[in-house]
Design a protein around this ligand. Structure first.
Ligand SMILES: NC(=O)c1ccc[n+]([C@@H]2O[C@H](COP(=O)([O-])OP(=O)(O)OC[C@H]3O[C@@H](n4cnc5c(N)ncnc54)[C@H](O)[C@@H]3O)[C@@H](O)[C@H]2O)c1
Length: 252
């Protein structure tokens, strides 16, 4: 198994892409901390992993709270030992509230940046001290909206994701000699609870499928292979990279 004996912390692992990655890591032998603010979903995912022969622990935490993140990491270290892998996946997209720069409210701007960008930094700040001297792999889930102006009505979300690329690259160089590899994954439009309201409109769904070079939306499982590669020693010389798993969305 590719992650045998590794301890992985996956944020936002109660649903969508994070859930698929947590399940995929557990299948490959990792002990997985399923971190989420949604207790019901997180407990269900961790419970199902444990019932199917894997090893997981639900950790109730909001990545927008420094106290929660520190308590979560302390609990993981006490339960399993120091994390070898951190997946910064938790994020919000405030559909109907996010907007163009002059229209977005300060409240929406602050909350989006606090969860999506500062949340990534908070988790790195709490986990990296446990990786120093041992090495590790950090995977930040970004978005095409952080690279391209493809979501004009999402100034806060797009900016938060742009920041994730910056934090990934500066930290990749900052920790390269510590054996801590830090990479970003870019999902394309993926059918998850994050955008399920949007996808209920069949014409919107069809337009998004048509825009995809592959002619379909991504599934959470489409992200698992690249996350496994980056988490495992197979990617031993990869750091500071941006890995597209977007069906070709950013190639056109
Ligand atoms: N779905 C897409 O089309 C898409 C496209 C590009 C990038 N992404 C990125 O992929 C990642 C996963 O997205 P998804 O579509 O699976 O989302 P999702 O909404 O389906 O799942 C996100 C999970 O994160 C949890 N979460 C939200 N805020 C949290 C917080 N403050 N603290 C802890 N947990 C929190 C939620 O409870 C949920 O379980 C995100 O970083 C998102 O920006 C998604």
């Amino acid at each position: 198994m590719r992650l045998n004996g590794k301890v992985a912390m996956v944020t936002g692992a109660g649903a969508g892409i994070g859930e698929a990655i947590a399940r995929g890591f557990a299948r490959e032998g990792a002990v997985v901390a399923v971190l989420d603010i949604d207790r019901a979903r997180g407990e269900q995912v961790a419970g199902e992993i444990n019932n199917s022969g894997g090893s997981a622990l639900f950790v109730d935490a909001d990545v927008a709270s420094t106290a929660d993140v520190q308590a979560a990491v302390d609990r993981i270290v006490a339960s399993f030992g120091p994390p070898d892998i951190l997946v910064n996946n938790a994020a919000i997209q405030m559909i109907g509230k996010d907007a163009r720069a002059h229209e977005v409210s300060e409240e929406v701007w602050d909350r989006t940046i606090d969860v999506n960008l500062k949340g990534v930094w908070r988790c790195m700040k709490a986990v990296i001290p446990h990786m120093l001297g041992r090495g590790g792999s950090i995977i930040n889930i970004a978005s095409p909206t952080g690279m391209l102006g493809v979501a004009p009505d999402y100034a806060a979300y797009s900016t938060s994701k742009g920041g994730v690329f910056g934090l990934t690259r500066v930290s990749a160089s900052g920790y390269a000699r510590d054996g801590i590899r830090i990479n970003a994954i870019v999902p394309g439009t993926t059918a998850t609870p994050l955008i399920e309201e949007m996808l209920k409109d069949q014409s919107v769904r069809k337009a998004l499928e048509d825009k995809s070079p592959m002619g379909r939306l991504g599934t959470p499982e489409d992200l698992v292979g690249i996350a496994l590669f980056l988490a495992s020693d197979e990617s031993s010389y990869c750091t500071g990279g941006v890995y597209m798993a977007d069906g070709g969305m950013t190639a056109v």
